[in-house]
Design a protein around this ligand. Structure first.
Ligand code: GDP
Length: 195
């Protein structure tokens, strides 16, 4: 897909605030600071349409982006921020669950994990959740540039094992530093759209 023009649609917390359902939707979720905003900007060739978070964990908003009137990208609030209270965690859970269960045009949820680290308990819970709701469970591994080639393949293997992924399950390594993996992510999106 050639990206002509992307724009911010709206932020939402509650279901009633979601924008009208028109194009197919793809959501992105991950731990705060995993590189989600950076990835979204890379995918749509923009410097800062999706804001990189200066205060991770503080914003519990779902952000919707119109991608060339063809698809919608959805930036889901990040998780795993240490200083978040129990009440905030519960709110986050409700926001995500409502979105995953009620959004009819949602085709896939991409979960981001940092390629350098072992997935956390929350990463595993999120992954299981995504699968339980009937999505494929596609992982995007971020910050590939921080690893050597050898370490990268070792960590891809380790992350897949930790998340209980099968050989066929997809993990796409990306780097916003050198734009690696950008077209691989678009290929996955296009394949889903063609089905
Ligand atoms: P978010 O909280 O998930 O939206 O994370 P951000 O996109 O704000 O990124 C968090 C930090 O990681 C920022 O300092 C980014 O510059 C950095 N970052 C994101 N992606 C990459 C990457 O692919 N490589 C490297 N080296 N740093 C990255």
């Amino acid at each position: 897909m050639k990206i002509g023009n992307s724009s911010f649609i709206t932020s939402a917390v509650k279901y009633e605030q979601y924008p009208e359902i028109i194009p197919p939707e793809f959501a992105f979720v991950g731990r705060s600071n995993v590189g989600k905003s950076t990835l979204l900007n890379m995918l749509i060739n923009r410097k800062s349409l999706a804001k990189t978070s200066s205060r991770p964990g503080k914003t519990q908003l779902i952000n919707f982006f119109n991608i060339d009137d063809k698809i919608t990208f959805v930036d889901l609030p990040g998780y795993g921020y240490a200083k978040v209270s129990k009440a905030q965690k519960a709110t986050w859970g409700t926001i995500i669950e409502t979105y995953l269960t009620k959004r009819e045009n949602l085709l896939e949820v991409f979960q981001l994990v940092d390629l350098r680290h072992k997935p956390t308990k929350e990463d595993k819970e999120m992954y299981n959740w995504i699968k339980e709701y009937g999505f494929n469970g596609i992982i995007i591994g971020t910050k590939a540039d921080k690893l050597s080639k050898g370490q990268l393949s070792k960590n891809v293997f380790m992350i897949k094992k930790e998340l209980g992924m099968s050989k066929e399950d997809v993990l796409v390594p990306v780097s916003a530093m050198n734009r690696a993996g950008k077209y691989d992510v678009w290929e996955v999106i296009n394949e889903i759209l063609e089905v």
